[in-house]
Design a protein around this ligand. Structure first.
Ligand code: GLA
Length: 376
């Protein structure tokens, strides 16, 4: 399958870990459809690790845990599809999944066939307990081929955390997204760290195979499986803006049955999502004329149709003044053009003075502009 924009959806891991069950998935599917999340593009509902029994059946097939999923996985897929959503599941390139359930190693084709029978549309494929003798690229190619030949369109979501130079080979495997970082947790330090890790990896992101910076922690506020200290609503907004700007898949990780208005407003900002889903999927570039350090980052990205997205991100607890020059964007005075830049979260317009734009950022806040090229 060829996915043309970063996949969007919800995944069970961040909040529920192993505590998943049918009822919870049904309620989440209901909320995704009713709340408007599906309408905003969040279409994949993904069950992560811990859904199966610890043993395969006599035919070597994976079996859904009957206590957690008493009606079986096909019934779950049918329910999810009935809400207009797509259904995702999880397995692993090793003998076991990261939580110790059976992995797909040496069962790739039979597992792909099982997923196809159940009506699965998305497979997240982890890297725990993999053979030390067989290169990761061989393992991901195996499952990629198994999925391409299973008779159903299943999006392949690779999750080898960037290990073993994943960026160099992942596009050979039919993956539509690949985890370019380790696991996220619900702290500001984790968000900052994952954003920094991406810096070298932007050239590998783009149309058809997207760098996955891991599931969002927006709205978790310290609750659930990876909920630690939690973050503030402003920090979640900056986290969401960064993931969207950098072209990561947007997979919600909070309990959407119990979302605050702020969380909902962050996750459903259509203009921010528009930058993420821009059809050109161009590589973002760091603004070099800008005084960069770990705590203040600035990116621009050329959008389809000629607009430019500009993102200023204050990663620190101090307020900051960010300023950049239009020359770097390709608009020196000699072009006779300038920018009409509107900030998406506040709807304020930036003033352009001597081809410079300056903007005050509150602690941990960001500014994301959609800018039009206009006559001076
Ligand atoms: C790994 C992955 C996580 C999650 C867990 C499940 O750590 O990176 O995203 O899937 O396994 O055990």
């Amino acid at each position: 399958m060829v996915k043309l924009t970063p996949p969007m959806g919800w995944n069970s891991w961040n909040t529920y870990g192993e505590n998943i069950n049918e009822q919870l998935i049904f309620e989440t599917a209901d909320r995704m459809a009713q709340s408007g999340l599906l309408g905003c593009g969040y279409e994949y509902l993904v069950i992560d690790d811990c859904w199966s029994l610890r043993e395969r059946d006599a035919n070597g097939r994976l079996v859904a845990d009957p206590e957690k999923f008493p009606h079986g996985m096909k019934a779950v897929a049918d329910y999810v599809h009935g809400k207009g959503l797509k259904f995702g599941m999880y397995s692993c390139a090793g003998n076991m999944t990261c939580a110790g359930y059976p992995g797909s190693f040496e069962h790739e084709f039979i597992d792909a066939a099982t997923f196809a029978e159940w009506g699965v549309d998305f497979l997240k494929y982890d890297y725990c307990y993999h053979s030390p003798l067989i290169p990761g690229e061989y393992l991901y190619r195996r499952m990629g081929l198994a999925l391409e030949n299973c008779g159903r369109d299943i999006l392949f979501s690779a999750c080898s955390w960037g290990a073993d130079e994943t960026h160099e080979w992942i596009k050979t495997s039919a993956a539509s997204m690949w985890r370019s970082t380790g696991d996220i947790v619900d702290t500001w330090e984790s968000i900052k760290d994952l954003a920094a890790q991406q810096k070298k990896l932007h050239p590998f992101n783009g149309l058809g195979c997207f760098n996955d910076m891991d599931m969002l922690v927006v709205g978790m506020h310290g609750k659930g499986n990876v909920g630690l200290k939690g973050c503030t609503d402003i920090q979640y907004r900056t986290h969401f803006s960064l993931w969207a700007f950098l072209g990561s898949p947007l997979m919600i990780g909070c309990d959407i049955r119990d979302m605050s208005q702020e969380t909902y407003a962050t996750l459903t900002n259509a203009e921010i999502i528009g930058i993420n889903q821009d059809p050109a999927c161009r590589q973002p570039y760091l603004l070099k004329g800008f005084w960069h350090h770990d705590n203040l980052i600035a990116y621009a990205k050329n959008l389809a149709g000629g607009d430019i997205a500009i993102g200023l991100f204050n990663m620190s607890g101090d307020k900051a003044n960010a300023s950049f020059n239009l020359d770097e964007l390709g608009l020196p005075g000699s072009t006779g053009k300038t920018l009409l830049a509107t900030e998406i979260w506040t709807h304020k317009q930036a003033a352009v003075k001597n081809a410079n734009i300056s903007w005050e950022l509150a602690p941990y806040d960001c500014a994301v502009f959609r800018a039009k090229v206009v006559d001076k």
